[in-house]
Design a protein around this ligand. Structure first.
Ligand code: ADP
Ligand code: MG
Ligand code: MG
Ligand code: MG
Ligand code: MG
Ligand code: MG
Length: 670
């Protein structure tokens, strides 16, 4: 959530005492919302993006780029900057964004001032909204600083200097990190409390081993030379050869991402689109890959996901299976940062066999939800979230009014960081049931971030309009998540995907690529619509079908998944165009949307590179690169400067962005 509630977080030893209390009241709060809102219908299609930014600063004399630890000052200065804009041009006031803090002291998060509506013109306004956001926030920066949408800072935690001002990791308690000064954590006590809770609950620092990219001159075996000599003995059991070793929450929580949230018309609609997006999450992770460099080394992964998963892994040794279980303890296969645990829709297409991975649940919570009338799948979803302890317990928030507060519920919900989130209507607000898409890495430019947001929103609408069926077993989604992060996954890997995505009771369009024949409920409206497809299966009872699902899915390339395969599978873009063709768009609207969809098309078919691939190429062709996997301060400086120029449109990056980008970008400014 945006605003951090004031209060003093209890130290973990005191906080954990309140687990049962928070679980119990969290579920009461859930049930209060559920009973009030479960039958709510007809909410409008609203949506919004979240962009996470890094403030970076240059030391041009030393040719060094650093993370600038100025979150507090920047957030404090923003209201005045907003006021200036409002005074000078009142017409722009509705565009004014909302910024809030994030984990890294060099990070901020920005969202649109109000959610977008469901029209094509709203969809086409996103890029402008994003660049406006960037421009407004940039007004409060120093001349040496730039706001970046960069997934990971390449030299975070590397030897030498990487923060402005300088803090030395050696002066930070080893208990936090050997590599990151504590001052890289945002000052709000909540972040520190979360870091401590993770460490104390798991009895030690997070262990994050990122495979190194082995180049011609990389020493073999590679033993991370940045680990202090004095620490090697004690770390012996956790350091892995040929891996970059990271040891703190900040390596994961200090990454930036792009998220998209939309409002569903009602609960069944939210649950259906939630499920449909579960298998899409790994595909979008591969397509948005933007994090090939960790702690100053080229790695063999392209994405942040597993780094964050490990950096927020607070499971005890028993839960991780390292010690025998006792009492109510159970093995927990996934960390809190993971792909989803199970599908939740009660449509007949959601066969029981798809939820095929072992994931424990909180039996007490399940029984209580069940006996209060919550159906099996939703009760299980919540009961699985509730195997976790609250990480942050605020001294003044322990006793709450369960009618008007959702804080205890959110204390568990919002610290289960999964690829998709089913968001509840907040008590006392007009906001309805929402679904959040969370797997994407943030892209360098607003054009790209807008393109991926537009893609997800149109896909969500196409899913609704055609009642598509994307189900594959969760185990296959998990397999896809790990494939998605491998180097060059977009072009080099195959992914499990469903062969026939049309519902069984609807004949598939005979020619998937001439999709004018497909009808949607929004025919003639030129809006994205609000409701569900007529005749959707969402309210039909669960079929007792426990047959095997093999044969329903196969391995496809990302190109096939996005751009289509043969006559049978139109690809996600095929579905989107089919949907758009039902809206009777103006030619100019279609052309504008096509620019965004073409970016996704190009990334999928390999004619455009991912950010990860582009960065790797930059490193490999840098004259100072010694082919030893090391991204030095000098190379990093040149990389960041170059990215800065590309974002501003003053330098081309053919192969990363379409040529048209550079023709228009330079003209856009506040
Ligand atoms: P969180 O961090 O919990 O995901 P944020 O407040 O940072 O939440 O971002 C929520 C996003 O949802 C923003 O883009 C916001 O514009 C958008 N949003 C707000 N209200 C609605 C709504 N009723 N329906 C859909 N999206 C909404
Ligand atoms: Mg947010
Ligand atoms: Mg958040
Ligand atoms: Mg965030
Ligand atoms: Mg130290
Ligand atoms: Mg979010």
């Amino acid at each position: 959530m945006g605003l951090l509630t004031e209060g003093i977080p209890l130290p973990w030893s005191d906080a954990k005492v309140h687990t049962d209390h928070i679980h119990e009241h969290g579920i009461t709060q859930f049930l209060n919302i559920w009973n009030r809102m479960k039958d709510r219908h007809g909410d409008k299609f609203l949506w919004g993006d979240e962009l996470e930014y890094m403030i970076l600063s240059y030391d041009d004399e030393e040719r060094r780029a650093n993370v600038s630890l100025r979150q507090t000052e920047v957030l404090e200065a923003l209201p005045k900057a907003f006021e200036d804009v409002r005074m000078r041009n009142p017409a722009e006031a509705p565009l004014l964004p909302v910024f809030h803090s994030e984990f890294g002291r060099y990070m901020v998060e920005g969202v649109p001032g109000a959610p977008y509506g469901g029209t094509i013109s709203d969809l086409l306004s996103v890029e402008h909204n994003m660049s406006y956001r960037r421009a407004v926030a940039s007004r409060v920066l120093k001349p040496t600083e730039t706001l970046f949408t960069l997934t990971v800072f390449p030299r975070l935690g590397a030897p030498g200097i990487f923060t402005e001002p300088l803090y030395e990791p050696a002066k930070t308690p080893d208990g936090y990190s050997y590599f990151l000064p504590q001052e890289t954590i945002a000052p709000h006590v909540r972040y520190q409390a979360m870091t401590n809770a993770v460490r104390e609950r798991r009895s030690g620092k997070p262990v994050i081993n990122v495979p190194i990219f082995v180049d011609a001159n990389t020493p073999r075996p590679f033993v991370d030379p940045t680990i202090p000599q004095s620490a090697r003995k004690s770390l012996e059991s956790v350091i892995k050869e040929d891996h970059i070793f990271l040891d703190a929450s900040g390596f994961g929580a200090g990454c930036c991402c792009l998220q998209v949230t939309f409002q569903a018309s009602d609960v069944p609609h939210a649950r259906r689109v939630y499920d449909a997006l579960v298998p899409i999450a790994p595909i979008m992770l591969a397509l948005t890959a933007a994090s090939p460099i960790w702690k100053g080394y080229l790695s063999n992964v392209d994405c942040r996901w597993d780094v964050i998963a490990a950096s927020s892994d607070e499971r005890t040794e028993e839960e991780r299976g390292l010690k025998p279980l006792s009492g109510k303890q159970q093995i927990i296969p996934k960390t809190r940062w993971s792909s989803v645990y199970s599908y939740i829709s009660d449509s007949s297409e959601n066969k029981r066999e798809y939820n095929d991975t072992p994931m424990p649940y909180n039996e007490q919570v399940y029984d209580r939800l069940s006996s209060s009338g919550v159906d099996h799948l939703l009760a299980m979803h919540i009961a699985r979230l509730y195997i976790r302890d609250p990480l942050i317990v605020l001294n003044n928030k322990i006793d709450q009014d369960d009618e008007s507060s959702a804080e205890h519920f959110e204390s568990i919900q919002s610290t289960n960081w999964q690829t998709i989130r089913f968001k509840l209507p907040p008590p006392g607000s007009p906001i309805g049931w929402r679904v959040e898409f969370r797997s994407m890495e943030v892209q360098l430019t607003d054009f790209e971030n807008a393109a991926f947001s537009v893609f997800i929103i149109l896909l969500a609408r196409a899913i609704t309009a055609f009642n598509t069926n994307f189900y594959i077993p969760i185990s296959k989604v998990d397999e896809n998540m790990s494939r998605a992060q491998r180097r060059s996954a977009v072009t080099g890997e195959k992914f499990w995907f469903r062969k026939d995505v049309f519902p069984t009771n609807t004949p598939p369009p005979s020619q998937a690529h001439t999709p004018m024949s497909m009808r949607s409920p929004n025919m003639e409206e030129r809006v994205l619509g609000s409701g569900s497809a007529p005749g959707s299966a969402e309210s039909s009872p669960k079929a007792p079908d426990l047959g095997l699902s093999e044969g329903e899915y196969e391995e496809m390339s990302v190109n096939e998944i996005i751009n289509g395969k043969g006559d049978s599978f139109p690809g996600l873009l095929g579905l989107i165009y089919a949907y758009l063709n039902t809206l009777n768009l103006e030619k100019s609207e279609m052309e504008s949307l096509k620019k965004y969809l073409d970016l996704v098309k190009g990334r999928a078919n390999g004619s455009l590179m991912t950010m990860s691939t582009w960065m790797r190429n930059f490193i490999h062709s840098h004259p100072a690169y010694a082919h030893d996997s090391v991204v030095s301060e000098e190379i990093n400086y040149d990389l960041i400067k170059t990215l800065d120029q590309i974002e501003k449109g003053t330098r081309r990056a053919d192969g990363l962005l379409p040529a048209g980008y550079f023709a228009t970008r330079a003209a856009r400014s506040l």
